[in-house]
Structure formats: C-alpha cells, structure tokens
Design a protein around this ligand. Structure first.
Ligand code: 9D3
Length: 261
C-alpha cells in the first residue's frame, strides 16, 4: 500500500529462475519483504525453465556425461529463461554450494543493483556452461547442503528487502543491528523485570543513556570475542574497546571462562 509522500525510487527488481515456483508461495508475503513489495521498493518475479522446453516431457534435467549418480540441469532451458528477462542492467547470479559466501556486505551490494536474476539449481547441479557462459557471479549462503537454490533465494531476498529504506518500521534497528557495526548483538530484555528468578541488569533502569550505551557496546564486544572471534578481526575497535576486552578476557582466561553463559 502506498501513501501520499512515499518516495518512488527505482525498485530493486528480482527474477528468480526456478523449476519449483510454488516454493515461493508464502515467504515473500511476510514482514519487510511484503512491505517493500507493497511500497514498490522491491519487485519479485518467478521464471520457470520448464516453460522454455520444447519436448513433450518438458525435460529440464539429464544424465551426467561420464556417469555417476544424480541428474544435471540442462543448459538450454536455463539460458532461455534468463535471456527472456535479461537486460544490459541485469546481474545474473547462480546460487550454488560452490559460490562465494553471502554475507551482510553482499546484501548491501545487491540492494544497489537495479536487476538481479537468481538462478536456483536442483539435483546435482547445473551444466558447467551456465557457470562459464551465462552468469556474473556465484553465491552460496553457507557450508551446509540444501536440496536446491530456492531456500537460498529466500534468504538473499529477505536480507536485501529489510535494507530498503521504508521496508522496516524502525530505520534505527537496521542502522544499529548487529552486523551493521560488525559485532554480534548485546542481550535485550523486556518486561517483566524478574522472570522465573532471572533479573534484568540494573544499568538498563538507570536512565543513564551513556551508561546503557557503554554496557551494550561491551556486551556486544564480549559476545563477539567469545563466539565469533573471526568477526572481531574485521570490526573497527576503539582503544577503549580494546582495553575493555584485554582486561575482561585476560581475567577470564585465567579463571577458566566462568563468565561464559
Ligand atoms: C556440494 C554438494 N554437491 C556435491 C556433489 C552436490 C550438491 C548438493 C546440493 C549440489 C547442489 C545442491 C543444492 N544446493 C544449492 O543449490 C545451493 C546451496 C547449498 O546447498 N548450500 C548453501 N548455499 C546454497 S546456494 C544453492
């Protein structure tokens, strides 16, 4: 739904190339993705390679040359599907376990693009000619085995959608969310003040905004250092941040990490 005064910027246009269009009944009708679509910030379209086959059985897969288990997606239906929607402004992305890892930086980069074409593979994968002749880049969402690229497409579109201005109710939550600062989130609490004997840290009732900000920063630093030290390497830390970690983790290392929940 649009209201007077809503900004009409060039939307991010997405075409998802998939032989299972029904997979996407639902996930784009919720939350920021739905809002972004309703506001015209995001346009999602499905293209089925099966609609570009010419044989009676509408065949999209075939046996692998050289033998082996499983089927391979034929190149032509995928080429024709992509070519039916591609323009010079399109970025063609193959979703595959062999791709570059998708992360928050990728989401920010993709949200700037006018047209994304996401190719979802199934079976053992797609014919290598898709990789060498059709695509601009190849993306994976992580080191686990999915049945196809469809779930990855949902993940990527949702990560982009919530970054589009106006898609999330509270802009601040996007600006301050964990990966925006390169750290994990600090713990959050709501009422009641005591739940099953567990209380909320006193500083959160102090009304001292600077003290709350410092506590949150330190909690985020600690959580990141303990659980995702790889992220800490890339985060921008102030001298105070470093001093805090040095002090706290130095002590922790010598007391057997009793502070870890
Ligand atoms: C690496 C596994 N391959 C070895 C023969 C087979 C294979 C498994 C699963 C080939 C394709 C798939 C389907 N997965 C995707 O299409 C996929 C995916 C994933 O499995 N994990 C993380 N990100 C992605 S993006 C697309």
């Amino acid at each position: 739904m649009s209201a007077p005064g809503d900004a009409v910027k060039t939307p991010v246009k997405v075409h998802i190339v998939t032989i299972f269009p029904e997979f996407f009944n639902g996930p784009f009708d919720c939350g920021p993705t739905r809002i972004a679509r309703e506001k015209g910030l995001l346009e999602i379209n499905l293209v089925n390679p099966r609609d570009f086959t010419t044989d009676a059985h509408r065949t999209v897969d075939d046996y692998p040359f050289g033998g082996g288990a499983g089927m391979v997606m034929k190149p032509e239906p995928i080429f024709l599907a992509v070519e039916s929607v591609r323009t010079p402004a399109s970025r063609v992305i193959l979703l595959s376990p062999q791709g570059e890892r998708f992360n928050q930086d990728t989401a920010h980069r993709f949200k700037q693009l006018p047209h994304l074409i996401l190719i979802c593979g199934r079976y053992k994968g797609v014919d290598e000619r898709v990789r060498t002749m059709l695509i601009d880049e190849e993306v994976s969402i992580g080191d686990y085995v999915l049945a196809g690229g469809e779930a990855a497409a949902v993940v990527i579109v949702e990560a982009i959608a919530r970054l589009l201005p106006g898609a999330v109710g509270d802009e601040d939550s996007v600006a301050t969310d964990s990966f925006a600062q390169g750290l994990l989130d600090a713990p959050v609490y709501t009422r009641p003040r005591e739940f099953r004997g567990a209380t909320v840290p006193e500083v959160l009732f102090s009304g001292n905004h600077a003290a709350v900000a410092t506590w949150r920063r330190q909690q985020a630093l600690l959580a990141t250092a303990r659980r995702r030290p790889d992220l800490l390497q890339k985060a921008t830390l102030t001298p105070l941040d470093r001093e805090f970690l040095q002090k706290t983790l130095g002590k922790e290392a010598s007391n057997g990490s009793q502070n870890e929940k």
